[in-house]
Design a protein around this ligand. Structure first.
Ligand code: IMP
Ligand code: MG
Length: 173
């Protein structure tokens, strides 16, 4: 088992998600369609949509599944669409949500795909940003936490498909 070092605890995450929901609700229309990138976003998004509801927004929720990693702690660099949003997004206000933005390839790919379908507006949100790893330029409108180049897991985020169930975010040593 890889050694874990706690980076963001449960309370800190809860507090940040609540703040972020306030920022989002102050910017994005209440009838926004949230599009989460699976699988990493699912825990964050489940907290986020309820936090949004508490501040008066009631988003629709859809998912898109991308594949960019092999089952290892490595980066393949190639992004594939393995599950698409099943509904028509044209004319919609969309908030695209990912767990981590690293090279930027995944969110850039998803953004381009949605923009081809004539969304009305698109905002981006990442729970964790790793700007020092960026290879593709992306604009992130809402960011939970910014970290250095460390590999993390927990709160839905995996390390070789493990640790998604960890209630906090840890650095993998
Ligand atoms: P990008 O396409 O390089 O920006 O990578 C995005 C995806 O890589 C994220 O959605 C994560 O699923 C995964 N990823 C990047 N960094 C980490 C990490 O530190 N831990 C676990 N997954 C990561
Ligand atoms: Mg991901």
């Amino acid at each position: 088992m890889a050694p874990l070092a706690k980076l963001f605890g449960e309370e800190e995450i809860n507090e940040r998600v609540k703040q972020l929901a306030g920022e989002i609700a102050g910017t994005v229309p209440g009838d926004v369609m949230v599009v989460g990138l699976l699988k990493g976003c699912f825990v964050f998004l489940s907290d986020m949509i309820r936090a949004l509801d508490r501040v008066g927004a009631s988003p629709e929720v859809e998912f898109m599944r991308l594949s960019s990693y092999s089952l290892e702690k490595t980066r393949s660099g190639q992004v594939h669409l393995i599950g698409d949003v099943p509904t028509d997004v044209s004319g919609r206000h969309v908030l695209l949500v990912d767990d981590i933005v690293d090279t930027g390839r995944s969110i850039a790919y998803a953004r381009a795909l949605l923009e081809q379908r004539d969304v009305a507006n698109l905002w981006t949100c990442a729970l964790v940003d790793k700007p020092s790893r960026r290879e593709v330029e992306v604009t992130l409108d809402f960011i939970g936490f910014t970290i250095d180049d460390v590999f993390i897991a927990g709160y839905g985020i995996d390390y070789a498909e493990r640790y998604r169930s960890l209630p906090y975010i840890a650095a993998i040593k």
